[in-house]
Write a protein that binds this ligand. Structure first.
Ligand code: GLU
Length: 472
């Protein structure tokens, strides 16, 4: 039987990185076994589900490169099918109408608590045959009273639930809408899912789902319940710990392969290998090797991986993502300025994120209005006038605008003025970039081009002159 896995998010917020890891594990499992990966949007909670959230999920999946073979299926388009299965369960005697009122249920609960029992529905409507005037019933599943459900979980091993501990769960609300456990069962069966890989917060639902499947005469899929991700303080990872949404990581300048590499290692290891290309992940990842215990999210390791991928990926690929970040700053490299591939080569060592790289490279593409205050105070002093003027003259006369001769000009100017290299290069850098940090000065000059470099030196000269005339 060919493998079929699914990712089944509820579109009620952003795509959480825990969800992304679940998606990745399902995707890897399908890809490894030559199977299919299905995307199913569990949007039956109409109050909390939004179109924006669906879009965020689709966008996040596309950005991560987790392509699906089927879907997205939407549960809200399958209500007829759920109704049909509920009818089938009623007809076969596996489900029944429950007319208990809220007050009755509350009283039942209070009595059970008083007896120090676990509160649960006691099944009193199981044998009721007459409807009750004025009560819109819910429909409950008749959970077997005896026996056990044994889950041979691919991550946790054998997990046993006693049926006596489960109660008759509601499968349709009084307005007729199906509940989560019912829709998941119907979909997992109809979609031929062979392996359900999901967060272990769902482990308690699994015996209920298996019981419903058995009542429908179906064989349940295999399950793998993956442990939660914790923040560094040991609490479940949430917004409090910083960015938790996939698109937030994109916006902060992470490469998708860095995030994938980070996520695959959360709870899974292959020796002490840290770097995994997607192909290697497919080859080496095995859901059975995932840790049973929770893993801790470590943002600095993710940042380290991101820098690794910025440094070692094909610059053409990195530039593709850099363009997106430049676009966010309102810069379109197609309108002029250096090729982003060259910018990547010049900046990749000092920029750990692409957002940082875009911000540090904006000066190549557009003029700035002000100098970084500290840099200007330190490097654009009256003494720098002579330096900038000398550089300007030499650059103007330079026949070829290439790194090597540009570098030579800076050396020659320093020598001619009897200055250390830094006393020449730093004022020049601030003039060109507006701040004291940029790629090596010859690279900066070269990427910026003759015209812009000369114009910015002129501007810095004028700025210093004006400043000293104000002070003088
Ligand atoms: N829709 C559920 C959730 O987002 C997942 C259900 C499942 O994987 O079975 O938590």
């Amino acid at each position: 039987m060919s493998v079929r896995t699914r990712f089944a998010p509820s579109p009620t917020g952003y795509l959480h990185i825990g969800g992304a890891r679940t998606a990745l594990f399902n995707w890897l499992y399908a890809r490894k076994h030559g199977g299919d990966f299905i995307l199913r949007i569990e949007d039956t909670d109409r109050e909390r589900s939004t179109r924006e959230s669906v879009n965020v999920i689709l966008e996040g999946m596309a950005w991560l490169g987790l392509d699906y073979d089927e879907g997205p299926y939407y549960q809200t388009e399958r209500f007829d099918r759920y109704r049909e299965v509920i009818r089938q369960l009623l007809e076969s005697g596996h489900a029944y109408y429950c007319y208990c009122t809220k007050e009755e249920l509350e009283a039942m609960r209070a009595e059970q608590m008083a007896r120090k029992e676990k509160p649960r529905y006691d099944g009193r409507c199981r044998e009721r045959t007459e409807p009750r005037e004025g009560v819109q019933p819910v429909i409950r599943f008749k959970t077997p009273r005896e026996g056990e459900v044994v889950i041979d979980d691919l991550v946790r091993g054998r997990v046993v639930f006693r049926n006596a501990e489960l109660d008759d769960l509601i499968i349709a609300r009084s307005d007729g809408t199906p509940t989560y456990n019912l829709t998941v069962v119907v979909d997992d069966l109809d979609m031929g899912i062979t392996h359900v890989i999901r967060g272990d917060d769902h482990l308690n639902n699994t015996p209920r789902q298996i019981n419903i499947m058995r009542a429908l005469g179906a064989e349940p899929p295999r399950y793998a319940h993956v442990p939660m991700i914790l923040g560094e303080d040991g609490a479940r990872l949430s917004k409090r710990h910083g960015a938790v949404s996939v698109l937030e990581y994109r916006d902060q300048g992470y490469l998708p392969e860095a995030l994938l590499n980070y996520l695959v290692r959360l709870g899974w290891a292959h020796g002490d290998q840290e770097i995994f290309s997607v192909d290697e992940m497919i080859e080496l990842f095995d859901i059975r090797d995932v840790n049973k215990s929770a893993s801790t999210f470590n943002p600095s390791k993710l940042l380290w991986l991101n820098h690794h991928y910025i440094m070692h990926s094909d610059p053409l690929h990195v530039a593709h993502h850099l363009r997106w970040h430049l676009g966010h700053l309102g810069i379109d490299p197609a309108e002029g300025g250096p090729d982003p591939v060259d910018v990547v080569l010049a900046q990749r060592e000092r920029c750990k994120t692409l957002k940082e790289m875009a911000e540090a490279s904006a000066f190549f593409y557009r003029d700035f209005d002000t100098y970084d205050e500290k840099a200007a105070r330190k490097h654009l002093k009256p003494e720098a006038l002579e330096v900038l003027k000398a550089l300007y003259q030499r650059f103007q006369a330079l026949p070829e605008w290439a790194p090597e001769p540009l570098h030579q000009v800076v050396l020659d100017t320093a020598e001619a003025l009897g200055l250390k290299l830094g006393k020449v290069a730093q004022p020049l850098r601030v003039a060109l970039a507006g701040c004291a940090i940029s790629p090596p000065i010859d690279v900066t000059l070269h990427l910026l081009g003759r015209e812009k470099s000369l114009a910015r030196i002129e501007k810095a000269i004028a700025w210093i002159e004006e400043k000293s005339s104000q002070q003088g």
